[in-house]
Design a protein around this ligand. Structure first.
Ligand code: SF4
Ligand code: SF4
Ligand code: SF4
Length: 597
């Protein structure tokens, strides 16, 4: 168990008193413990030894511990049916059914988009997130750092629902709780959403005028970006070049606000509070880190903030609400509705309508793009100019649209894609919806806040206007181009792991012995037999399978054995032990996983 250096004695004792059998971090929400209590499960029967399977920590944000997997299939269902990715599958190893990444690849080398929904549904801790909280606690305790937070639009909807508050009350109490924990500034990501609309709306108008790179795809959702880079790289030129609101805010903090405070960027520790685990992945992308200083230092989910409040004994219901800090606490209704599928489109239309017609827009609601449907379409007439939009949530719906675009059957100008069904209100970092009506309720929180907002359009936000006059110049201008835009590229899914890493990340590794004529004549059948015996004697038959394979195309140097893509040549049939000692044992010795026999 890790004891964070920032826990107080009472918290550390509470942590120490919980079930420590599995080592996972779900102290409050252990579903296995809840089910065991509900169904009166006892531990009378002798427990089976844990399977000997290494923990896979190679994914940037997830940890997979197959030894804890009970094959319930919930992760697979969430991945395929909810997110629309197909990164996980069932497969059989030595007659035992297993769930893991397709083709037994490292998870990041599959279609995984890092949404984190598999973690939310996993009841046993076989899938968990890499911890972020200890870093944030350490930063809060470091007196040489100024710690600031941004709160994403959809967080208020889920937090309000969780505690039975209005959206406004949720924000006031979140702010008060964060301040009590030591955050010096609490800002609103809706401000950065307004900034995004200034850039993305201007980009759309420019593309419409030139008639190029259409349809323009939104780029706010990092899981969608991951999908595009891996599964649809031909569409990358159509993505908006805008950074997401999270990352735009990160740039503003490190390049502008740090200067205002008179500190170096690495002294300003910026924490995002998000409904989303893919945002953790996004914040670690190398393009969002300058001179070793990330624009966003840590991403906490709504669930993690709720957990922090519990650990610190903070009850949001008894807190006196506090106003968010200015200037970045000043937001428009357009920024708030970013948390719902259709919100980005509606916010962009509020800008485009005024820019195209040159008239003030008084009726700002575009209800055609609202709601939970997976694919929504709208055609808007603006002074003789027709703008066609599609709004998609869920990656299976995005794939349908991609197929239509490739077939030349998607006459849209603007396409919004959010990976989670219904948008960020349903992100995996928010508490899981309990009732079928929960998602509608979260939407209502956002649209009620929009209706009550004094400023409805991003372009009317005085704090956004101010940053253009003080620093950025104009939307899509030189300064904003460098600070607020980026490019994405094709992501290779080739597996070129070193042998050692391959062995440490794969539950079962195939050793392919070439049995083609040349290798056969040099004794490859004996290599197979000796290798199988060597593995049996060392108790490694559940980790390695000896397979016959056809020509490895290196006949002069046989017998050959392949491990993944690596070919080991000149394997001596009389000394197979040397092969095992050189290529297999060093990797196993470095495995940190405690293995129970
Ligand atoms: S993080 Fe998302 S895409 Fe990746 S395996 Fe889990 S559910 Fe699938
Ligand atoms: S949800 Fe967890 S326990 Fe269930 S199959 Fe997936 S990894 Fe295994
Ligand atoms: S829809 Fe929102 S919560 Fe879901 S992955 Fe995308 S940005 Fe994250």
């Amino acid at each position: 168990m890790e004891v964070s250096e920032t826990w107080d004695v009472a918290t550390a004792m509470r942590e120490a008193s919980r079930c420590l059998q599995c080592g996972c971090t779900e102290r409050y929400d252990c579903q296995v413990r809840q089910y065991a209590t509900k169904y009166q499960v006892t531990f009378d029967a002798e427990m089976r030894p844990m399977r000997r399977v290494p923990v896979d920590e190679n994914h940037p944000i997830l940890v997979r511990d197959p030894g804890k997997c009970i094959l319930c299939g919930l992760c697979l269902k969430a991945c395929r049916e909810m997110e629309g990715s197909a990164a996980l599958t069932y497969y059989e190893v030595n007659g035992t059914l297993t769930i893991g990444p397709v083709d037994q690849r490292p998870l990041d080398k599959t279609s995984c988009v890092s949404c984190g929904h598999c973690v939310t549904v996993c009841p046993t801790g076989a899938l968990t997130l890499k911890p972020t909280l200890p870093n944030v606690y350490r930063a809060l305790n470091n007196t040489s750092l100024i710690v600031a937070a941004q709160i994403a639009p959809a967080v208020r909807a889920a937090f309000a629902q969780y505690y039975g508050l209005t959206g406004e009350e949720a924000m006031g109490r979140l702010c008060a709780g964060l301040k009590q924990m030591g955050f010096a500034y609490v800002f609103d990501t809706c401000w950065a959403a307004d900034l995004t609309i200034m850039e993305e709306g201007t980009e759309l108008l420019s593309r419409l005028a030139k008639g190029e790179n259409l349809p323009q795809f939104t780029s706010c959702c990092p899981a969608w970006i991951n999908y595009c880079e891996k599964m649809a790289p031909d569409l990358l030129p159509l993505l908006s070049s805008c950074k997401s609101p999270q990352q735009m805010f990160g740039s503003v903090m490190k390049q502008y606000f740090a200067k205002q405070l008179g500190v170096k960027p690495d002294r300003l520790y910026f924490v995002s509070i998000m409904p989303c685990n893919a945002k953790k992945y996004e914040s670690r992308r190398p393009e969002f880190c300058h001179d070793g200083v990330p624009d966003v230092d840590a991403v906490l989910t709504t669930n993690e903030v709720i957990r922090m409040f519990r650990e610190k004994g903070i009850d949001p219901l008894t807190l006196k609400p506090q106003e968010l800090d200015l200037p970045f606490g000043n937001v428009s209704g357009a920024g708030i509705i970013f948390g719902a599928s259709g919100g980005v489109s509606e916010a962009a239309l509020r800008l485009a309508a005024e820019r195209i017609t040159g008239k003030r827009l008084d009726k700002v609601e575009y209800t055609q793009v609202r709601g939970l449907k997976g694919i929504k379409e709208a055609t808007i007439e603006l002074d003789g100019i027709t703008v066609r939009l599609a709004v998609v949530s869920g990656l299976q719906n995005a794939q349908q649209l991609i197929d239509r675009i490739r077939a030349g059957d998607a006459p849209y100008h603007f396409i919004e894609v959010m990976a989670c069904p219904g948008g960020c209100i349903n992100g995996s970092g928010n508490p899981a919806p309990q009732l079928s009506t929960d998602r509608e309720e979260r939407l209502e929180v956002l649209y009620r806040m929009d209706a009550a907002a004094q400023i409805k359009k991003s372009q009317d936000n005085p704090a956004v206007q101010a940053i253009y006059s003080e620093w950025l110049g104009e939307p899509m201008g030189e300064v904003s181009h460098h600070a607020l835009h980026t490019t994405y590229g094709r992501r290779s899914m080739r597996v070129d792991q070193p042998i050692e890493e391959l062995i440490q990340t794969q539950p079962v590794v195939d050793l392919g012995v070439c049995v083609s004529t040349n290798c056969y004549l040099k004794g490859s059948w004996r290599v197979m037999e000796e290798l199988a015996e060597e593995l049996r004697q060392r108790g490694l038959t559940d980790r390695f399978r000896v397979r016959a394979r056809f020509c490895a195309n290196n006949c002069a140097n046989g017998p050959s054995v392949t491990i993944g893509r690596h070919k080991v040549m000149h394997v001596d049939p009389d000394n197979v032990k040397a092969f095992v000692e050189e290529y297999i044992l060093p990797a196993l010795e470095k495995e940190s996983t405690p293995v129970k026999g």
